[in-house]
Design a protein around this ligand. Structure first.
Ligand SMILES: C[S@@+](CC[C@H](N)C(=O)[O-])C[C@H]1O[C@@H](n2cnc3c(N)ncnc32)[C@H](O)[C@@H]1O
Length: 306
C-alpha cells in the first residue's frame, strides 16, 4: 500500500453507523422538516355506493442531492426515500457510496443516483499526485533538503494543485454536479471541514517523518503553508455555497462544526459566508455530533437551513 492509500485509510470511521445513530436521526428530521410534496391535482375516489370524495394527487418527482454522502452514516437513506423520489449522492469517494447502498433492495437503488465528483475541482487522484510529488522531490533533494526549503517547496506544490481548483460556481454546473435548479433539496453537512483536510494530513505526516529522519528533530515552520490552505478554503467555500443556493429549489441544508474559540478550518468559512450573505432567509439549529465516542470527540454542529 502506498503512502497516500495508507493516509486515506486513517479517514475511515469503522463504527460510525452505530456511533452516529442519534445524530443521523436528528439530521434526517431536519432535512425533511417542512418539505412538503406539492399537490398537482385531485382525483375522485369512491367512498360509497353513490358518494365520492376528492383526494389530492402529489408530485412524484421530488429530488434531493446529498453532497459528501460518503458512507451514508449521517443521514437515513430509507427515511429520505419516503419523502424523495430521486436521491442523488455526490462524493469524491465512489467506493464508499457503492458500499453504503449495496444492501438496499433493487427497487430503491433504482431511485438513487451515485455521482463521483469533487466540489473543489481537486480530485483524489490530484491529492495522490500531490503526495507522490512531495515524496519524490524529497528523495531527489536528499540531504540538501532543509526545513526552510521544505516549507517553501510545500507552498509551491500547493500553488500547483490550486490551479485545479474551481474559480467560479458555473464550473460546478458544467461538471454536472450542481445544475441550476437541479434539485428540490440540497444537503451539505460535515463536508466543508473535509475539503482540504486530506492535504493538511498529508503535509503533517510527511513533515513528522522528515523531522525525525532528515532534519535532526528540527521541525519545519509550516505556518505559511497552513495559511495558504486557509486561503484555498476561503476561496472555494463561497463558490460551492453559491452553486448550492442556485441548485436548490426549495431548501438547502448546511451543517458545520461550530467552535467560536477554535474555529474548524473550512467549516467556519462556510458558516461566516452564509451569515454574511445579504437577503438569505435562514434558520439555525445546533446538533451534537458524537463523532468518535471512543476518543471522546464530539462536535457542536451548526445546521443552517435556507
Ligand atoms: C465527514 S464525511 C461526511 C459524513 C458522510 N456523509 C458519512 O455519512 O459518512 C465528509 C465527506 O466529504 C467527502 N469529500 C471530501 N472532499 C470532497 C470534495 N472535494 N468533493 C466531494 N466530496 C468530498 C469525503 O469523501 C467524505 O465522504
Amino acid at each position: 500500500m502506498g503512502v497516500y492509500e495508507h493516509i486515506k485509510q486513517k479517514f475511515v470511521m469503522p463504527n460510525a453507523y452505530n456511533d452516529w445513530s442519534k445524530y443521523r436521526e436528528q439530521v434526517t428530521k431536519l432535512i425533511i422538516k417542512d418539505v412538503n410534496k406539492d399537490i398537482v391535482g385531485y382525483e375522485s375516489v369512491k367512498t360509497g355506493v353513490v358518494t365520492t370524495t376528492m383526494k389530492p394527487v402529489y408530485r412524484e418527482d421530488m429530488s434531493i442531492a446529498i453532497l459528501g454522502a460518503g458512507a451514508c452514516n449521517d443521514f437515513d437513506l430509507l427515511e429520505l426515500s419516503q419523502h424523495f423520489d430521486r436521491i442523488t449522492l455526490i462524493d469524491v469517494d465512489m467506493e464508499s457510496m457503492q458500499k453504503a447502498i449495496e444492501w438496499m433492495p433493487e427497487i430503491l437503488k433504482e431511485r438513487i443516483n451515485l455521482v463521483k465528483g469533487s466540489l473543489t475541482g481537486i480530485t483524489n487522484e490530484d491529492q495522490k499526485t500531490f503526495c507522490d510529488d512531495i515524496l519524490f522531490r524529497v528523495s531527489e533533494y536528499g540531504n540538501s533538503m532543509t526545513p526552510e526549503k521544505f516549507s517553501v517547496f510545500l507552498i509551491h506544490e500547493l500553488k500547483r494543485l490550486e490551479k485545479k481548483m474551481y474559480t467560479h460556481e458555473d464550473q460546478l454546473v458544467e461538471a454536472g454536479l450542481l445544475p441550476v435548479g437541479g434539485y428540490d433539496v440540497v444537503v451539505c453537512i460535515g463536508v466543508c471541514s473535509q475539503l482540504m483536510s486530506m492535504l493538511s494530513y498529508i503535509i503533517n505526516v510527511i513533515t513528522a517523518n522528515l523531522t525525525g529522519q532528515l532534519f535532526q528533530g528540527k521541525a519545519p515552520d509550516n505556518r505559511a503553508v497552513f495559511t495558504y490552505i486557509k486561503g484555498m478554503n476561503s476561496k472555494i467555500v463561497p463558490i460551492i455555497n453559491s452553486a448550492i443556493l442556485k441548485c436548490s429549489n426549495e431548501k438547502a441544508v448546511f451543517g458545520n462544526e461550530y467552535d467560536e474559540h477554535h474555529p474548524v478550518e473550512g467549516a467556519y468559512q462556510c458558516i461566516i459566508d452564509l451569515k454574511t450573505r445579504l437577503g438569505l432567509h435562514m434558520t439555525e439549529e445546533h446538533l451534537t455530533w458524537n463523532f468518535n465516542p471512543g476518543k471522546n470527540v464530539e462536535y457542536d454542529m451548526l445546521i443552517q437551513m435556507v
